[in-house]
Design a protein around this ligand. Structure first.
Ligand code: SF4
Length: 484
């Protein structure tokens, strides 16, 4: 059994996790769909999607404008082609400033590029300041949701963790736990040498990046330490402040059903005589790390319109059962099943491409209606037939041969019907009293490991349809002399 299957089985066997996922989807999945249905401005989603796609067409111009405006305010901008380039640059900034402690916030891309171990190897203490991420860090665990990283833990577990790691008396009272984390983090924020954050959106027109949060930690992480480094995926850009306004509204609605998050922080340069608050140095690291390749392929470009709200996780029937750890990536759920293989190798993440159901719910809930099911099907096509462009080899040649044989059968009616007849005879030995097949042999056994399989029906849909059509025609036929 591979890691994906093992983690999925583990998740399925955990009643506590199943309950958490159910609550999450019941509240946020259903809530987002209701929000979209009742939104006053029904055109907003279409407008934002259009602007996201248009910005991808002009990404080079917009990034140059952003960099110009940040530099004009005294900030430094670095374009990192690879994850290692981004790590090397950030390490250099840390070394130049003799950084001993980094406070982090809102940065999935930091996990994507793997910067924490590199900083720690350099003797730098790294502290997460988002409450959920802080809990995950204390537990030595991994996030399992884009917006709610510790959704797989309940408050009892968090109470035990805090008692063990923070030396406090056990409690599972959320306000008490939050105050304890607040006290610890306040100390760290006050003494940090560098703030390291992600970037929800960057605005080319004004040269600012923005970060949305509900905890207030981002304001402190970006303004209190003397150095702020912001890591930004190169696609997270809007052209104008007006576009920014609408995109943020969709982001916070999709993420947490909020018209606007508690804080929206704008930052784009070091402190100055006019604006004395803030860091002495501001660095914006704009990261490619495989995005240019996605941008160059019209089949997948649309995925770069994602605003990482996490809404697709809150409705996906697969994520809703297996949770986030099975995806083994910084991005989980339907968006993870598309973006992770594209960034990190389609063959390496074949399980993710094949794991989703293609039900289409993720597209319906997505604020910008990204067609993830279409891209999942395209990824499967690459796995079935290989792709030079994506350096993908045929994942399972036997599967491709199997489907070729299947195509030959279903396109030949007499052959198909004869095989069905044989199948109906053969299946009798497997059918149990409940008229279901509950165990099969060999490679087919996987189908019945976790569920029963209905037997082949006595008549196919086509046969039923033909019968119905024949009967209807007979009933409608005008009476002839013979049958008068
Ligand atoms: S694909 Fe859509 S729903 Fe999923 S995280 Fe991205 S923007 Fe949100």
């Amino acid at each position: 059994m591979n890691d994906y299957s093992k983690e999925a089985q583990k998740a399925l066997a955990s009643p506590r996790l199943q309950a958490s996922l159910h609550t999450l989807q019941d509240r946020f999945g259903k809530g987002a769909m209701a929000l979209w249905a009742n939104m006053e401005d029904q055109e907003m989603r279409r407008r934002v999607k259009k602007s996201r796609l248009k910005n991808l067409e002009h990404l080079d111009i917009l990034l140059a404008e952003l960099a110009r405006n940040v530099r004009a305010r005294g900030g430094k901008v670095y374009f990192a082609e690879t994850a290692q380039d981004a790590i090397d640059y950030t390490l250099k900034v840390a070394r130049d400033n003799k950084v001993k402690r980094v406070v982090k916030g809102k940065s999935m891309i930091s996990m994507e590029i793997g910067i924490d171990p590199a900083l720690e190897e350099d003797g730098i203490e790294v502290v997460e300041t988002d409450l959920g991420e802080y809990i995950i860090q204390l537990a030595g665990d991994k996030p399992s949701h884009i917006i709610a990283p510790c959704i797989h833990m309940d408050r009892k577990q968090i109470g035990q963790l805090f008692a063990e790691k923070l030396g406090m008396d056990y409690t599972d009272d959320p306000p008490t736990l939050t105050m304890a984390a607040r006290k610890e983090l306040r100390e760290k924020l006050l003494s940090a040498d560098m703030g390291l954050t992600g970037c929800n959106l960057a605005c080319a027109e004004t040269g600012h990046i923005s970060l949305v949060s509900n905890e207030g930690n981002i304001r402190m992480a970006t303004t209190m330490p003397p150095v702020h480094v912001a890591l930004m995926g190169m696609e997270r850009i809007v052209a104008t402040l007006e576009e920014h306004r609408e995109t943020v509204q969709l982001l916070t609605r999709g993420a947490a059903l909020q018209k606007l998050s508690t804080y929206v922080s704008f930052t784009g340069g070091p402190s100055s005589a006019d604006d004395p608050d803030g860091p002495k140095e501001f660095h914006l690291v704009i990261i490619d790390n495989g995005r240019a390749k996605i941008l160059a392929d019209p089949e997948f470009r649309e995925v770069l319109a994602c605003i990482r709200c996490g809404a697709c996780l809150n409705i996906c029937p697969v994520y809703g059962r297996i949770g986030g750890h099975a995806y083994n990536s910084s991005y989980c759920g339907p968006i993870g099943a598309v973006i992770t293989p594209l960034l990190d190798g389609i063959n390496k993440h074949a399980d993710l491409c094949k794991g989703e159901t293609l039900c289409g719910a993720c597209k319906d809930i997505c604020p910008v209606q990204i067609d993830l099911p279409r891209m999942l099907a395209a990824l499967r096509q690459k796995l079935a037939y290989a792709s030079d462009r994506w350096d993908t080899r045929q994942h399972n040649p036997a599967e491709a041969y199997g489907f070729t044989i299947w195509r030959l059968i279903i396109t030949r009616k007499p052959l198909y019907r004869s095989l069905l007849k044989i199948g109906r005879l053969f299946q009798r030995v497997f059918i149990k009293k409940n008229n279901m097949i509950s165990s099969m042999a060999g490679i087919a056994s996987g189908w019945t490991d976790g569920r029963d399989l209905p037997p082949i029906a006595k008549k196919t849909f086509t046969e039923l349809w033909e019968e119905k059509y024949r009967n209807r025609q007979a009933a409608a036929a005008p009476e002839t002399e013979e049958n008068q």
